[in-house]
Design a protein. Structure first.
Length: 540
């Protein structure tokens, strides 16, 4: 039976039944009852660079139930098979937008500060107030002043407090493109090849068998008692008989001695093979990292190099080896397998010579659409892997998860961060609404899809191909609160994530208004709109 290794529900589910119901008769007499066990909840994120052709990406409808016809005419068409499991949050802005006149963020570099602030919601340091400076310290080396979302969640929920972060294609990370930070100014490289991550999973199972409790405990580095210690302490403070208190102490001692953990019967070699996560495939994909186009290298009939990373991510989710899994696709990448000869960054600027002058290069929109469709196909493949493994309650691993495709910016030419393209699949065990597109900004069904096919501007790219800056500005911080609460992350009394907390998360980051990032954080830390997006909840 697959079970949630998570303090928030442990005592409410089978863990609670094991720890309390069979032992503590004085509490049972007062109506305590065991509840059904929920499947574990995971966050599996995919991150891509340079945005998209927004008016071909977003459905025309920005609020309401999704139909296949809403996606058929967009670059999201590969996701139609998962229509009922999709959630498209519209109207969201990420933080720290670069502008030529220093209007909505710092003046470091359009990509450095967009990436550095994306999952941290912190400014970068050292600061630049010159949007056209080429000083290496501010343009190439600045880093955020706080940790990123993957590490904030992992500190509470993951083994050893570390997320599973994989760099698809094994491209090195540097400040302009890095998104994962273990702490302030501390970039986290994660794994570059799928074999590195896969080797940490193979100890979790034996051929044809579920993993043993002992091997699972050793691999994860945490036991049940570690995960539920605070909840057991709370239980101890309840009014119960002396006999029940003695039983609880005996049970805690037993858990400490055995190091017992909850396991998943689907974490075995047969499921790994079905997903495509085998020694052969991961070794082949890892070897392909030196290829000119490692993402496109065909590994098997159904998997290319990028898919193997997704297969390892899916296996990690199935084994519940880590509830926080990030797949970061490379920036400045030449998709030769798509017939392209220019890198994705230059193409996003609509110019292949980086001059930013004159009209669009011939055929550049079609090239960008090819990249958008490719990324949609990769996300669809990830969803197919997560959706093929069942949970004990009749749902799938995808249903119990939140699989989210994040993009660095909206339009790569305008470098705008409002009207952000975000696609989620899976309701995280019923926490999120699915089968919908939800406009969290104003609830309208006709929110702008942007102007990505506008004519390129003279000089430095301006907002003409982006979205009116007055639209679609709901802060991404609130969506991050949704995700953290869905996973069971806890906050302190101030609403910020905190180990040992007991409240829901209502605040995240340093700022939730992009204008506050101007000058690099001189405004006192302020969250103007605390809480999550209630419209994204299944109960809304």
């Amino acid at each position: 039976m697959s079970q949630r290794i998570n303090r928030r529900i442990f005592l409410r589910g089978l863990g609670g039944a094991c720890v309390a119901a069979p032992l503590l008769s004085s509490l049972m007499d007062r109506g305590a009852k065991a509840q059904p066990v929920a499947p574990p909840t995971r966050l599996i994120a995919m991150y891509t660079h340079y945005g998209c052709i927004t008016n071909r990406f977003f459905p025309v409808k920005s609020h309401g139930p999704l139909a296949a016809s809403d996606l058929d005419a967009t670059t999201l068409a590969p996701l139609v098979p998962y229509l009922g499991k999709l959630l498209i949050p519209r109207g969201i802005r990420s933080m720290n937008e670069w502008t030529s006149k220093l209007e909505r963020g710092q003046g470091n570099d359009p990509h450095l500060q967009a990436c550095g602030s994306y999952f941290t919601c912190h400014p970068v340091t050292p600061n630049s107030d010159d949007p056209f400076s080429f000083l290496p310290a501010t343009r190439l080396e600045a880093m955020p002043t706080g940790p990123s979302l993957d590490h904030v969640i992992a500190k509470q929920l993951s083994p050893r407090g570390i997320p599973l972060f994989m760099r698809v294609g094994n491209r090195s990370e540097n400040s302009p493109t890095a998104v994962s930070y273990a702490a302030a100014e501390t970039p986290y490289p994660g794994f570059g090849t799928p074999s590195e991550a896969f080797s940490s999973l193979t100890g979790l199972f034996k051929t044809g068998e579920p993993l043993s409790a002992d091997s699972y405990a050793a691999a994860r580095g945490k036991s049940i008692i570690d995960l539920v210690r605070n909840d057991l302490d709370t239980l101890e403070r309840k009014d119960m008989s002396r006999a029940d208190k003695s039983k609880l102490e005996a049970w805690k001692s037993l858990l400490d001695e055995t190091g017992a953990v909850l396991t998943s019967p689907h974490c075995n070699i047969d499921v790994a093979r079905a997903l495509g996560a085998t020694a052969m495939t991961v070794d082949s994909a890892s070897s392909a990292a030196s290829n000119d186009d490692p993402l496109m290298v065909r590994i098997t009939e159904s998997l290319d190099g990028a898919d193997v990373y997704s297969a390892v991510a899916a296996l990690a989710a199935v084994c519940n080896a880590n509830p926080v899994i990030f797949l970061k696709y490379p920036g400045t990448y030449v998709f030769k397998g798509l017939g392209l000869t220019y890198d994705s960054h230059l193409l996003s600027l609509r110019k292949v010579d980086a001059s930013h002058i004159g009209g669009c290069s011939p055929g550049v929109i079609d090239m960008l659409l090819a990249i958008d469709r490719y990324h949609s196909q990769k996300f669809a493949k990830l969803l197919s892997l997560l959706d093929q493994v069942p949970e004990a309650d009749g749902t799938t691993v995808l249903d119990a998860s939140a699989a989210v495709w994040f993009q660095e910016m909206s339009d790569g030419n305008a470098h705008n961060l409002n009207n952000l393209p975000i696609i989620q699949a899976g309701g995280a065990g019923g926490y999120f609404k699915t089968g919908w597109t939800v406009n969290v900004a104003d609830g309208s069904a006709d929110l702008s899809r942007g102007n990505s096919e506008a004519v390129c501007t003279e000089g430095v790219p301006g907002p003409s191909s982006g979205t009116d800056p007055n639209l679609a500005n709901a802060p991404i911080n609130k969506y991050f609160c949704n995700l953290m609460n869905a996973l069971g992350v806890k906050a302190g009394a101030d609403g910020f994530p905190a180990r040992g907390g007991s409240e829901e998360v209502t605040r995240y980051g340093r700022y939730d208004r992009t204008e506050d990032f101007v000058h690099g954080g001189t405004v006192p830390p302020t969250i103007h709109s605390p809480g999550e997006f209630s419209a994204l909840r299944a109960s809304a």
